[in-house]
Design a protein around this ligand. Structure first.
Ligand SMILES: Cc1ncc(COP(=O)(O)O)c(C=O)c1O
Length: 404
């Protein structure tokens, strides 16, 4: 194999222009530090968009991946494999679920969730019960079904006709939900913490009331925990924090810690509608992906790590508040665990993206959520000194932004 010299400009020549990546091309990561092609070092508060939950190249993940790489990589679902069975058993032991379906991404886990909700209603109540209610501003992935259930029209426009039978209502607005839920509703779909929409948590009262409404109308409650799950909230899943149990839950992102995998979790009763041949995926349950995810789950689902997430939330919040006391850039700091949003005040609110570039110049990687919010989704085991160092760099970046 010959090694071709590649740079950021290669992206503009050979990649479909769906993304507009940063000018930085990272080549190496360790824990919460990353180095680019030029050898510059960054503190990583972005975590690959809430994915690298154990940081980069965590030894337990490297061990799990390399051990499995020397055993067997892939079998398809014509045969099962030990890592998939172990991971599914551990997810069942750790959650409300009795059954697991593996996919390769968050969108695919949601696609499975939405199809299953429809199929369950079809099997148990008939074809008229097919309507899905979802929330304004939500994000559920980029397949046609998931952009249609997602509550942000910008991801759907141009790709119509979209699948029908989907209604959107404002988030945390119980009266709006009451006005549209009916015997035709097969599922209500929500993110316990809207991620892409701006780090907006559901109130516990709202989530409880949604659960009750679903029960009254024989509708399934689907929680999309692709971003909020796997320890990010300070509990293994955010549903545990808010005390409301869904019928179907989707997981991805941090589940693989950087290796692509998604999962849909559900009960025996609901899973019965996904009978043999009704759904599938060639790579779903891939042995390498499941071996890595098993190591991630083992590592995250420990009191010391989950308590650490809550402690680190406080450190992030304190540091952001201290920055705000000096520069008055944030309107609100919100979120749970290590999924934190800092909404910008005017005139910065329309220009959140500029903060990413300013951060990178000072050596800290951050994200945006919505157009007006800075987002922090670092490793769940980020060392406290990296939080301190990253925040010092962020403060320099913000000082520059406000002096412009
Ligand atoms: C809540 C939520 N659901 C689904 C997805 C889609 O996941 P993926 O990009 O892995 O398909 C995302 C991605 O940002 C997400 O935040």
């Amino acid at each position: 194999m010959t090694t071709k010299q590649v740079t950021r400009s290669t992206f503009d020549e050979v990649m479909v222009p769906t993304y507009s990546p940063s000018q930085i091309v990272p080549v190496r990561g360790e824990g919460s530090r990353v180095w680019d092609q030029e050898g510059r070092e960054y503190v990583d508060f972005a975590g690959g968009i809430a994915v690298t939950a154990l940081g980069h190249c965590h030894p337990v993940m490297v061990k799990a991946l390399t051990e499995q790489a020397n055993k067997i990589w892939h079998l398809s679902n014509v045969m099962t494999n030990e890592p998939a069975l172990r991971l599914a058993s551990k997810l069942v032991d750790a959650t409300f679920a009795d059954r697991v379906f593996f996919a390769n991404s968050g969108a695919e886990a949601n696609e499975a969730a939405f199809k299953l909700a429809r199929k369950y209603a079809y099997d148990n109540f008939g074809p008229e019960k097919n309507e899905i209610i979802a929330f304004t501003n939500s994000f559920h992935g980029r397949t046609l079904f998931t952009v249609s259930v997602g509550g942000q029209p910008k991801y759907r426009i141009g790709f119509e006709p979209a699948p029908g039978g989907i209604t959107h209502v404002p988030f945390n607005d119980l009266e709006a939900l009451k006005a549209v839920i009916s015997e035709r509703t097969c599922a209500v779909v929500m993110e316990p913490i809207q991620g892409e929409g701006g780090i907006l948590p559901a109130t516990a009262e709202f989530a409880k009331a949604v659960r009750e409404l679903c029960d009254q109308h024989n509708a399934l409650l689907v929680f999309d925990e692709v971003q909020s799950g796997m320890g990010r909230s300070g509990s293994l899943f955010a549903y545990m924090e808010i005390g409301v149990t869904p019928d179907i839950l989707s997981s991805a992102k941090s589940l693989g810690g950087g290796f692509p995998i998604g999962a849909m979790l559900t009960t025996d009763k609901v899973a019965a509608s996904f009978g043999f041949g009704s759904h599938g995926s060639t790579y779903g349950g891939n042995a390498l992906a499941c071996a890595v995810a098993e190591s991630v789950l083992d590592e995250i689902n420990r009191p010391s790590v989950l308590e650490g997430v809550k402690r680190k939330h406080a450190l992030f919040r304190e540091a952001l508040e201290a920055i705000n006391a000096k520069y008055h850039v944030f309107k609100e700091i919100r979120g749970m665990g290590l999924l934190i949003g800092a909404e910008l005040v005017e005139p910065y609110a329309s220009n959140a993206k500029a903060f990413i570039g300013a951060g990178a110049e000072e050596g800290v990687m951050i994200l945006t959520a919505s157009t007006n919010t800075l987002r922090f989704a670092p490793s769940l085991v980020i060392p406290e000194e990296d939080i301190k160092e990253g925040m010092a760099r962020l403060e320099k970046a913000i000082a520059k932004m406000v002096s412009q």
